[in-house]
Design a protein around this ligand. Structure first.
Ligand code: UDP
Length: 475
């Protein structure tokens, strides 16, 4: 059992006419809130089995909110009978794995039918523990559906973060899955009915407004990174630790194996670099970067979809004659990743679509210039010529040229190395993101109480529309 009162911290009066007296004796020291992330287990190992940015976001935000005084319960689906039902991360932050469908990995496109069971399991957990969560923050569209069901029957404040937008994603994939229409409908419903949508970049906010609905309240609160972990360390030291030579030209990819991540574009670009890029106007070949190294970080399950993509990339590497230059480093944890970022000359993010892209800010925090696709959240985090370069997605030649520039223009690259961490420290920390989320939660809960007091019933409330600009302070 955890050490907090099972009663919610904010009591709702039963009759609007009764004067409000703060029930001091029953107020617990901490308000319990629920984060729901149906497929992104906050306690999972990151970097394989489809665990990526969403898992990191929920875990980091959850832990940071607990430090700010909330009791944070993070709910996910149990995918393995051997996994613990409850993982306690810190005294006031835990992951709770609910049984909804078979206890095995189920691909995202086949998961929706199990969401009614998830709702039931969530309700059963609340009754068993005697907890009512007055505020639920959902992540990804299936959790949004769960949140909408909960909101129908109880007075909760519902906040949602998309992590991925179907309407944008489906523009970049050749075949729409059967679940696509359901997903699009729920993504619209949550925007119009949640008490607040948290967009992680102004670009996501624009996409929501122009492609999903003009209704609904949105605040922009960017993702963060752990700046105590991701910071600059001497490059020579990092290279020596990882066994790279001082004069290697290291091009780094960090992320999952998924076709939309565009690793293929990066491999093709590196093949061009190896041969030396031909200047279209003069026909000259640029000097080849000596000792080119392509380092690919990310885990995969040989029996899973990411295993198939890893295999496809491996074959491409072979067929492009890059086997000698390429290192598949496998899954690397966050404590070791700063060594890879710092050792690299450039970190490349060739995604076809990227809602935010945590890897960009992790690399920049470590002083590594980023060459990224000019899409989604990467347009927000990477500042061209200041922290890296943005190029059109899937444009092999543009990637090759941008990478070559970082590898060969030393003075300019040095400037990027100095500027990149400053931008991250100023704008993208998890503690900063959590402060803004915490402030939003408090406003929503306070307004929920006042609307109940004045109108005698729960209504959908929205926080005062400060329409605050994003917390970004331009570097
Ligand atoms: N990651 C990791 N180890 C790996 C590969 C990736 O820890 O071997 C982490 C990476 O550091 C980042 C996250 O996985 O925190 C990927 O998040 P991002 O937003 O870039 O991509 P997503 O997975 O959401 O598509």
């Amino acid at each position: 059992m955890v050490s907090y009162s099972s009663k919610p911290g904010i009591s709702l009066p039963t009759a609007a006419s009764q004067p409000y007296v703060a029930p001091r004796k029953t107020v617990p020291t901490r308000q319990a809130i629920a984060l729901i992330s149906e497929h992104g287990d906050p306690a999972a190992e990151i970097g394989k089995d489809a665990a990526g940015g969403q898992n990191v976001y929920v875990r980091q935000v959850g832990e940071a909110l607990a430090k700010l005084g909330w009791q944070v319960d993070m709910f996910t689906r149990k995918v393995n009978p051997q996994d613990a039902a409850i993982v306690q991360h810190s005294p006031h932050c835990r992951t709770i794995r609910l049984v909804a469908g078979p206890e095995q990995f189920i691909p995202r496109d086949a998961l929706f039918p199990y969401m009614p069971e998830f709702v039931e399991a969530f309700r059963a957990f609340q009754s068993k523990e005697g907890i009512h969560y007055p505020l639920v923050h959902t992540n990804y569209w299936m959790s949004a559906w769960v949140g909408l069901q909960l909101k129908q029957h109880s007075n909760i404040q519902l906040i949602h973060t998309y992590h991925s937008l179907g309407v944008v994603k489906y523009q970049t994939v050749p075949d729409r899955p059967a679940i696509a229409d359901t997903r699009l409908a729920i993504e619209r419903q949550i925007l119009e009915q949640a008490d607040c949508i948290v967009a992680t970049s102004p670009q996501e906010q624009d996409a929501l407004r122009t492609l999903v609905s003009e209704q609904g309240y949105i605040e922009v609160i960017p993702c963060g990174t752990d700046i105590d972990n991701f910071h600059t360390i001497p490059r020579a030291e990092a290279r020596a630790t990882l066994g790279f030579a001082a004069d290697d030209a290291i091009v780094l990819y960090v992320g999952r194996f998924d076709a939309r991540k565009g690793v293929e574009t990066l491999v093709r670009a590196c093949a061009q670099l190896k041969e030396g890029i031909v200047n279209k106007e003069t026909g000259d070949r640029a000097v080849k970067p000596a000792n080119l190294r392509l380092v690919i970080v990310g885990g995969s399950d040989p029996n899973g979809a990411d295993g198939l993509e890893r295999e496809r990339i491996d074959q491409l590497v072979q067929s492009m004659g890059l086997a000698e230059q390429t290192v598949f480093a496998g899954q690397i944890g966050h404590t070791q990743l700063p060594l890879y970022y710092t050792a690299a000359d450039v970190c490349v993010i060739p995604s076809h679509y990227e809602p935010f892209g945590l890897v960009a800010i992790e690399a920049m925090a470590c002083g590594t210039p980023v060459v990224a696709s000019d899409v989604g959240g990467l347009k927000f985090t990477v500042v061209p010529n200041e922290t890296g370069l943005l190029v059109p997605p899937q444009d092999t030649e543009a990637f090759a040229q941008a990478i070559e520039r970082v590898l060969t223009d030393e003075l300019w690259a040095k400037k990027l190395r100095q500027q990149a961490p400053i931008r991250v420290q100023k704008n993208f920390s998890w503690s900063g993101a959590a402060v803004h989320l915490s402030d939003l939660y408090r406003r929503l809960l306070a307004q929920s109480i006042s609307s109940t007091l004045f109108f005698g019933a729960a209504t959908t409330t929205q926080p005062e529309r400060s329409e605050k600009p994003p917390i970004l302070k331009e570097a």
